[in-house]
Design a protein around this ligand. Structure first.
Ligand code: ZN
Ligand code: ZN
Ligand code: ZN
Length: 758
């Protein structure tokens, strides 16, 4: 037997800190009668293990992981025996380079939830109950290794009971860094908008629920920041919230107490329910039930509702006490980042919230709720943030470290390190100073947590984005500009671990083109090292540039003017507008840049067919046009053509616009027009892909860009392309919109460095 006695050092990496990994190792070692140590180091979790049959131990280590743990690397070596007598958990040590990862924030687990409502438990109704399987992580961390000293919990001294749990390897709270209880942990309080406390810890939840029932608007401190909450069934209050928050029509999310309540609000399938109850607990955009009692102003003009289920213990207490669904929207003014600090919230939200439900555990990293939707057969993110970040996206290959700063709207930044990419949480629209501040915070925090010193900063080709300017002004590292749609293509390739080249069908609102025009309906061929533009939607004028983006009717007039060469037919929507100035701008080419944007094509068709004339939020006209189509109908596509000029393919828009106008003029319903339009666009894009396949022999197609949040377009294109034998790659972990840009920029940047630019 003694012959088999061996000692090994095992170093593992991945998400192995803050997920109950060391107690798992401890219990495993005891089960197999082994001795040694386990400790968190900044090189990973290091295990020294001594005994007989260590292979069995290693197998269990790899295969029976705690639910939230993810192994990205596993290294083992035999070392000299040291004849330990027991297995112990060592202190954390900072050694050299950091390579373990922090877990995302996790929704409260079923065990903690049971204790929360157990009158005999010492944490009965305690709003901060957590364990190694749940609770805050990324939002409270200041650095790694993940230990209490490097979290917002460092100011709370554990009481004897909590410490005993914390130090007992058999306990569910063994080394649970946010561990605490009513004696020693964080506390809640309720204040008025003047900051004065109006209820102590015992009555806070009951008082808060009462204020909500009376129509009050409550700011609630959550995991990644403040929410604004109000009764989702009270139309008057919801309208007031919209008015104060300056948010006109963009749908608001609703929080349900539990799955039962969520089911009464939306028709949910198994995947959607799974997402709601997952540790990430995102907002799930699903089909709203007609009789759900939700106030009309919560999600006007759409048949969908964004719903989530309580994910912190405080939410569970509040929702249970309130007894109905609550609007839960980011605590900010429209377009600004979510508030995290108590004083910041009081200052910035004082004009919006009547009351503040706060606590004394700080949030270090803000993060909005994530948003997902089921499209093309699976749950896909529309916004990747709390609950998912900072989980890495594995990528092929290794190479220099790169920081990519994304674009402008719905922005993220991304760090690329070895074979993993770390996209940040959703940072919002980097157009104002507050959002720009959040953008800088995001970069700083990512670099801090992962101790990454990049060799290159990559930014968008657009010279005026604040992110581009930041890249140019940081003044330390070399910079590289990457074209927007190339970044989309590369992002989708990287996420799918495909090195390309591939045909990219990239459809979105706008991106700065290499020729200085606004691109957005692109047929590209490329990989990480470069791309060629094989085609684009036929360019059309955009009268007034950004002004047209906010007023789809302007785009409709311009597209009609082009399509009919000045002889406009009379259509009902025109009655409300002064067409003259727009037509003049187009004809004289005054401030009317050309664009191949897919988003603007949707706008034009929507406005022409009686949809949105002006929009209250990005993409509204296109979303409503898509929803108008419903799911039925077998109307044929319009006739379409692809024009080829100087080797560039132009799926033709003039003929398409003319046929849409004919349908509108003859009183065809918007539902039918929408279905015919979607079908035509899909057939035309597949036709373009066919032409590119003939020329290149490529049969892998990448679909990326914000237009693929349109499930009719996404599902239609996937179906048609796969029917013709293409290998179709789409996003699964990142949004198809501009939240994915930074990953694409990062892999392009690495490729550029590797191709002898270092
Ligand atoms: Zn728990
Ligand atoms: Zn305690
Ligand atoms: Zn884009």
């Amino acid at each position: 037997m003694a012959d088999n006695l061996q000692r090994r050092r095992i170093v593992v990496n991945g998400i192995v800190q803050g997920v109950g990994f060391r107690p798992f190792v401890y219990n495993l070692a005891r089960r197999y009668g082994l001795v040694g140590t386990v400790s968190n180091t900044s090189a990973g979790v290091e295990i020294e293990i001594e005994g007989i049959d260590l292979d069995r131990f290693e197998n269990s280590l790899k295969n029976d992981l705690p639910p939230q743990a993810v192994l990205s690397s596993f290294a083992t070596e035999v070392i000299p025996l040291r004849n330990y007598t027991e297995f112990s958990i060592g202190l954390s040590r900072g050694v050299g380079r950091v390579s373990t990862q922090i877990a995302p924030d996790l929704a409260v687990c079923p065990d903690c939830l049971r204790e929360l409502f157990d009158p005999d438990d010492r944490r009965y109704l305690y709003p901060f109950i957590n364990c190694t399987n749940c609770g805050p992580r990324y939002s409270i961390v200041t650095g790694i290794p993940y230990d209490r000293e490097k979290t917002a919990m460092r100011r709370f001294e554990m009481c004897d009971d909590c410490r005993a749990e914390y130090e007992d390897p058999a306990d569910r709270r063994f080394h649970a860094q946010p561990n605490g209880c009513p004696e020693c942990g964080p506390r809640i309080s309720l204040c008025g908008s003047d900051g004065r406390e109006i209820a102590g810890a015992e009555q806070v939840v009951a008082r808060a629920a009462g204020l909500l029932r009376d129509g009050g608007i409550l700011a609630v401190k959550g995991l990644g920041g403040f929410h604004l909450a109000c009764d989702a069934r009270n139309e008057e209050t919801v309208r007031l919230l919209r008015h104060r928050k300056n948010r006109e029509e963009k749908p608001l999310a609703v929080m349900a107490a539990d799955l039962e309540m969520a089911r009464r609000l939306c028709r949910l399938d198994r995947d959607e329910e799974g997402a709601l109850l997952s540790p990430a607990a995102p907002i799930v955009v699903a089909a709203a039930r007609g009789d759900n009692g939700i106030a009309p102003s919560v999600a006007p003009f759409t048949d969908k509702l964004g719903v989530m289920v309580s994910y912190t213990p405080l939410h569970h207490l509040l929702l249970r006490e309130f007894g109905g669904p609550l609007v839960m929207t980011s605590g900010n003014l429209s377009e600004e980042p979510i508030c995290i600090d108590n004083r910041e919230a009081l200052a910035r939200l004082a004009g919006i919230a009547d009351y503040f439900l706060v606590h004394d555990r700080d949030i270090y990293m803000r993060g909005d709720d994530s948003v997902v939707m089921k499209m093309a057969g699976r749950i896909r993110p529309l916004r990747r943030s709390r609950g998912y970040v900072p989980r890495p996206i594995p990528v092929n290959g290794d190479g220099p470290r790169v920081l990519a700063v994304g674009g402008e709207l719905k922005n993220t930044v991304c760090l690329l390190k070895e074979n993993q990419a770390f996209p940040s949480q959703h940072l919002g629209d980097i157009k104002n100073l507050e959002a720009f501040g959040f953008f800088k915070e995001g970069i700083h925090h990512l670099q801090e947590i992962f101790e990454v010193e990049p060799e290159l900063v990559v930014h968008d080709l657009h010279p005026d984005y604040l992110s581009t300017r930041w890249a140019g002004e940081q003044g330390i590292l070399p910079v590289l500009a990457v074209q927007h749609h190339h970044a989309h293509l590369a992002s989708c390739l990287a996420e799918n671990r495909h090195d390309g080249p591939a045909i990219g069908i990239i459809l979105d609102g706008s991106g700065y083109g290499q020729d200085g025009t606004v691109w957005g309906g692109e047929i590209l061929v490329g990989d990480f090292s470069g791309f060629t533009r094989y085609g684009c939607l036929e360019p059309m004028p955009l009268p007034g540039g950004d002004a047209a983006v906010k007023a789809p009717w302007r785009t409709a007039v311009a597209y009609l003017d082009m399509a009919f060469e000045g002889n406009l037919p009379e259509l009902p929507f025109m009655a409300d507008h002064d067409l003259g100035p727009i037509r003049e701008m187009v004809r004289k080419n005054i401030n009317s840049p050309l664009t191949s944007s897919c988003g603007r094509l949707f706008d034009a068709v929507a406005a022409m067919s009686g949809g949105r004339q002006t929009i209250a939020y990005e993409g509204q006209a296109a979303i409503e046009l898509m929803e108008a189509a419903g799911r039925g109908g077998k109307e044929p596509a319009y006739r379409w053509d692809i024009i080829s000029i100087d080797d560039i393919l132009y799926p033709g828009l003039r003929a398409l616009i003319r046929q849409v106008a004919e349908d509108v003029a003859s009183g065809i319903s918007q539902a039918i027009i929408s279905r015919r339009f979607h079908r035509t666009l899909i057939e035309m894009l597949v036709g373009a892909a066919e032409r590119v396949r003939e020329q290149t022999g490529l049969d892998t197609v990448v679909l990326s860009g914000g237009s693929f949040n349109n499930y009719l377009l996404l599902e239609g294109l996937i179906g048609h392309l796969e029917g013709k034998g293409y290998n179709v790659l789409v996003h699964r972990q990142l949004p198809a919109g501009d939240g994915c840009l930074s990953l694409g920029q990062a892999v392009i940047g690495r490729s550029w460095l590797l191709n002898n630019h270092r």
